[in-house]
Design a protein. Structure first.
Length: 294
C-alpha cells in the first residue's frame, strides 16, 4: 500500500449539530459525552498521525436540514485552509419534490463527490433514523437519487438488513449512480439467524454492479474495537462483494468513544492480513480513490 485512505470520517462544531446541543439524546452508538464537543480538523489529523493515512473523505453529520449548504461550505473552507479532507459527501433532502436546486447549490464546492441521506429504519426506536422503512421504494426519492448521475456524484446508502431487498431495487433503478453501502450493511443482530439474513441481503446488493460497500462503523452496536467481530465482518463482506468493491472508513470520532485511531487501523490490518496484497490495496486505498475520485 502506498497510503491508506479513510473513506468515512467526520469533523464538526458542536453548535451546528442538533444532537450535540440541548439535552442528551439517545444515539445508536450509546453514550457520547466524550465527543459532545468540537472535533476540529487539527484533532483529527493528530489522531491519525503515524497510521499511514494519506487522504480522507468527509461524510455529512446531520446539521439542521435547511443548513445543508452551510455544512458543505464550512468543510470546503476547512479543506482549502488545511489540505484535509480530500472529498466531501454532502447532505441533500431527497424527499423534496425536485432535488436539483439543492444539488446545484452543492455543485459550487469542488470537493463534493457524493451525497448521503440516511434511510435506515429499525423496529428499535433507538436505532431508527428514517421516517419509515420503505423509503427506498418511494418514487420521488428514487427519481431524485437518479439525478445524481447528471452531476457525476455517488449516493452513500445506509440501511439495515430487512431493508436490503428494497435497497437493491433502488440501486437497480439508478444504474448510472454508484451506491456506497455504509458500515458494511450495519450488522446489528449477531445471532446465527441475524448473520445469515445479513449475508443474504449483502449478496442481493452485491449482485448490483453499481454497488460497493464501506468497512466502517463496525463498533456501532457493540461499543468496542473487537478484533474477532471486525475480522468476521470483513471476511464475509470481501467474500460477497470482492475486495475491489470494499473500502475502509474510520467513522471517527464516533469510534473514538471506545478506541484510538491507531488501534482501529491495527485491528483492520490484522483482519485483512490473510488477503493478498492487491486485495489489501483495494480495501485500504484504491476502491476509495476510484469511487470518490480522489
Amino acid at each position: 500500500m502506498t497510503g491508506i485512505v479513510d473513506g468515512h470520517h467526520h469533523i464538526w462544531r458542536q453548535a451546528d449539530l442538533p444532537w450535540l446541543t440541548g439535552p442528551m439524546q439517545p444515539r445508536i452508538f450509546g453514550a457520547y459525552e466524550p465527543i459532545r464537543r468540537d472535533y476540529p480538523i487539527q484533532e483529527y489529523l493528530e489522531d491519525l498521525k503515524g497510521t499511514g493515512v494519506t487522504r480522507s473523505v468527509y461524510v455529512q453529520t446531520n446539521w439542521a436540514i435547511d443548513r445543508f449548504e452551510d455544512e458543505t461550505k464550512w468543510v470546503q473552507h476547512t479543506a482549502d485552509e488545511h489540505g484535509w479532507p480530500h472529498a466531501i459527501v454532502a447532505y441533500a433532502n431527497f424527499a423534496a419534490d425536485d432535488i436539483r436546486p439543492q444539488l446545484d447549490r452543492l455543485k459550487r464546492y469542488p470537493l463534493v463527490r457524493g451525497v448521503r441521506m440516511q434511510l435506515h429504519w429499525h423496529e428499535n426506536p433507538l436505532y431508527r433514523f428514517a421516517a419509515r422503512p420503505d423509503l427506498c421504494l418511494d418514487p420521488m426519492i428514487r427519481r431524485n437519487i437518479g439525478y445524481l448521475a447528471d452531476y457525476g456524484w455517488s449516493f452513500d446508502l445506509q440501511v439495515f438488513t430487512p431493508q436490503m431487498p428494497d435497497a437493491a431495487k433502488l440501486v437497480e433503478t439508478c444504474p448510472n449512480v454508484t451506491f456506497i453501502l455504509q458500515h458494511a450493511g450495519m450488522l446489528e443482530d449477531l445471532s446465527p439467524a441475524g448473520r445469515a439474513a445479513w449475508r443474504a441481503g449483502m449478496a442481493r446488493l452485491a449482485a448490483c454492479p453499481n454497488a460497493v460497500t464501506k468497512l466502517s462503523g463496525l463498533g456501532t452496536f457493540i461499543h468496542r474495537n473487537d478484533a474477532a467481530h471486525i475480522a468476521a465482518v470483513l471476511t464475509d463482506t470481501v467474500a460477497i462483494f470482492g475486495a475491489e468493491r470494499c473500502l475502509f472508513g474510520s467513522n471517527f470520532p464516533i469510534e473514538k468513544l471506545w478506541t484510538s485511531y491507531r488501534e482501529l487501523i491495527d485491528v483492520f490490518r490484522a483482519a485483512a492480513a490473510s488477503l493478498n496484497a492487491g486485495q489489501r490495496d483495494a480495501i485500504f486505498e484504491t476502491t476509495a480513490v476510484r469511487v470518490y475520485r480522489l
